[in-house]
Design a protein around this ligand. Structure first.
Ligand code: HEC
Length: 131
């Protein structure tokens, strides 16, 4: 990823760590220029999951999203992206419902994944922690 983007991602993630995630902050677009699933993927996700979504082994283990059967049920990737999971950061506080829906739809229909059902903003909203 571009270094300016990396710096913005790191500072946005530190906001998350510092706990500035009120309901209102959650809907403020921290990355307003990332308006499509592809843009969100390239701007944020590929830094860990790699441009070809094959994942990586290095300082940590970044699972491949390519040909990943765990993406078949939309709820799972929505949950992981919105709330995080182990070494995967939570993106709920820094991306809007629309951005998360778009990037989850993007990974589920690219890189060899062939999901047919849509991902909606309502599904993302429902996955956010209450309050
Ligand atoms: C800082 C590195 C990092 C970034 C950035 C990142 N991920 Fe992840 N992601 C991970 C790690 C590490 C895991 C494995 C988590 C675990 O051990 O369960 C993961 C797991 C996942 C999974 C579950 C895969 C599986 O097989 O269980 C999905 C889906 C996912 N990431 C999607 C995304 C999307 C979409 C983005 C962009 C919004 C993204 N990730 C950004 C590190 C990252």
């Amino acid at each position: 990823m571009k270094s300016s983007m990396k710096i913005r991602l790191l500072s946005a993630l530190s906001v998350v760590v510092l706990g500035a995630g009120s309901a209102q902050a959650q809907q403020r677009a921290t990355f307003p220029d990332l308006t499509t699933g592809e843009a969100v993927y390239q701007g944020i996700c590929q830094g860990c999951h790699m441009p070809d979504a094959q994942g990586a082994l290095g300082a940590g283990m970044y699972p491949a999203l390519a040909n990943n059967a765990k993406l078949k049920v939309a709820a799972y990737p929505i949950l992981v992206v919105t709330r995080g999971q182990k070494a995967m950061p939570e993106f709920g506080p820094i991306l809007t419902d629309a951005q998360i829906a778009a990037v989850v739809a993007y990974v589920r229909t690219n890189f060899g994944n062939t999901a047919k059902d849509a991902v909606t903003e309502a599904q993302v909203k429902a996955m956010r922690p209450a309050g």
